[in-house]
Design a binder for this molecule. Structure first.
Ligand code: PAF
Length: 280
């Protein structure tokens, strides 16, 4: 059954009022659309845990540090609604820009510390944009639970921190990254890859797996990292923004996995920025 598409906050509140009164668990899956199986796995997790599920689709201009990226970000609303039909979600919230950021909008939610590294450095302002829109979406949907992919692990930790710091009463669930058969992490931006770039893209994950195997076998992280970057660039990748081992909880930089850690990467391939992370 196709879910109602709601475009106004007032309509959304009218819908959720009874659910809140009845004490129902409301799960929200925030997305920017161009839905793939990674998003759909979040919807499935929300359906399992919650009484009501709202999927939000909003390409949030405040989190794009690059205007070209915002312009080319895929927008596929009709297809997204079709993909969601089989999940029987309770609402799809698709606000316009001026509904989210009306004239005079002047508030920013900013999380310190976790945003001082990786995408916080390479995409200035990105996490302020994410935290601001996610805070709004939590409030607008009256969420009790929210579902995010581990593919954007730094984002997941930033949102967790924000929800905790601001006593939002939202349980933030992290769900495993979903991969294509060849290992490439699913991402809406994969749609922007040319055929040739698409065949090369899984090499990022392959090199990351190689590093993790090397580290587990006692290899020096620095050497493994250097070799992997050289191999990626020889195969056709451009700049590697970062390839770093960091602690799961505070994202502190590690030279050896002496506490629970993940390997994080962001690399450019034919004008598309790919990001990924895996457990060490
Ligand atoms: O991960 C995303 O798609 C976005 O950053 C999010 C969480 C929907 C906020 O715009």
């Amino acid at each position: 059954m196709t879910a109602p598409i709601v475009r106004r906050v007032s309509e959304l509140r009218a819908l959720t009022r009874e659910w809140v009164m009845a004490g129902e668990r409301i799960g929200v899956v925030p997305t920017m659309g161009a839905l793939h199986d990674g998003h759909l796995s979040l919807v499935a997790a929300a359906k399992k845990t919650c009484d009501r599920v709202i999927v939000t689709i909003f390409v949030n201009p405040k989190q794009f540090n690059n205007p070209e990226d915002l312009k080319t970000y895929p927008r596929t609303e009709e297809e997204d609604a079709r993909k969601l039909a089989r999940f029987d979600v309770d609402a799809i919230f698709v606000p316009e820009g001026d509904e989210m950021y009306p004239e005079g909008f002047s508030t920013t939610v900013s999380v310190a510390g976790l945003t001082d590294v990786m995408d916080g450095v390479h995409r200035p302002g990105h996490f302020d944009g994410v935290a601001t829109v996610v805070a709004k979406l939590f409030l607008q949907t009256s969420a009790t639970d929210a579902f995010f992919g581990e593919k954007d692990f730094q984002q997941l930790q930033v949102v967790r921190r924000m929800a905790r710091d601001l006593d939002m009463g939202v349980t933030v669930h992290g769900c495993p990254t979903i991969r294509e058969i060849d290992g490439l992490a699913m991402s809406s931006r994969n749609l922007l890859l040319s055929d040739r770039a698409r065949t090369l893209a899984p090499r990022l994950f392959e090199e990351m797996e190689g590093i993790v195997e090397g580290v587990r076998g006692g290899g020096a992280f620095g050497d493994l990292r250097e070799t992997a970057i050289a191999r990626l660039q020889k195969s056709g990748f451009g700049e590697v923004d970062y390839l770093e081992m960091r602690a799961n909880d505070d994202l502190g930089l590690l030279a050896a996995p002496d506490r629970p850690a993940r390997l994080f990467a962001a690399a450019w391939l034919a004008g598309v920025r790919l990001i990924d992370n895996i457990a060490v």
